[in-house]
Design a protein around this ligand. Structure first.
Ligand SMILES: *[C@@H]1O[C@H](CO)[C@@H](O)[C@H](O)[C@H]1NC(C)=O
Length: 200
């Protein structure tokens, strides 16, 4: 009998072992701005199905999400009406240079996410993407802005009282950016793969 597994099957088994346990389609919601939309665009293009696709979050920085009754949360709730209350929510901290964001605002976003999600939902938190080979690239967030959002996300992740998980940085390299901030097609693809690595 021939028991050798083909490299293809071994690779497949490996990929499945690292894949998330519960891959409910569209069971994961997200909030954020156009930078979250860039991630969602690439995620869907890469075949991601667990998280929602893009739903028009352009310009929706932190202050668009601090009021749980805002128009932004109304858009989120329309997604909920379509897919059900998400069992996971990704909170992306996205800012304009002015006013930036405070930790209190971040905590408010997390509280609101819990309110709009299923009971006991897992909350993920990240900053907006950073630009490792051109850190001051994103004029909208300001030279220090992307790193500030990452620092806020990490702080929340370390804060046991918040019970949220920081999965890592999103990164955009020089050739993956179209206007200093936003991902071009290659950048969307890269962000989508980073999201797949975090969330399946
Ligand atoms: C923390 O979040 C997890 C989901 O990520 C949930 O199952 C758990 O009940 C939460 N713990 C507390 C103390 O709220």
């Amino acid at each position: 009998m021939h028991l050798t597994l083909s490299p293809f099957l071994v690779g497949l088994a490996g990929a499945m072992a690292t894949k998330r346990q519960a891959t409910g389609e569209h069971a994961m919601g997200f909030i954020g701005c156009s930078m979250a939309e860039n991630v969602a665009q690439g995620y869907v293009a890469s075949g991601g199905k667990h998280m929602w696709g893009p739903y028009g979050t352009g310009g929706l920085v932190v202050q668009s999400w601090t009021n749980t009754n805002s128009a932004s949360w109304g858009m989120f709730d329309k997604q909920v009406a379509k897919y059900g209350k998400p069992s996971e929510v990704w909170v992306q901290i996205c800012i304009f240079q002015n006013p930036g964001a405070t930790y209190d605002e971040v905590k408010q976003l997390i509280a609101n996410a819990r309110q709009h999600a299923a009971p006991g939902a897992k909350i993920w938190i990240t900053g907006q993407p950073i630009y490792p080979d051109n850190p001051s690239s994103c004029f909208l967030a300001g030279a220090q802005g992307p790193q500030l959002t990452v620092d806020l996300a990490k702080k929340a992740g370390y804060d046991a009282a918040l019970n949220v998980t920081y999965p890592g940085d999103f990164k955009l390299m020089r050739g993956e950016v179209q206007d200093g901030c936003h991902a071009n097609t290659a950048g969307q693809g890269s962000l989508g793969k980073q999201a797949l690595a975090f969330w399946g």
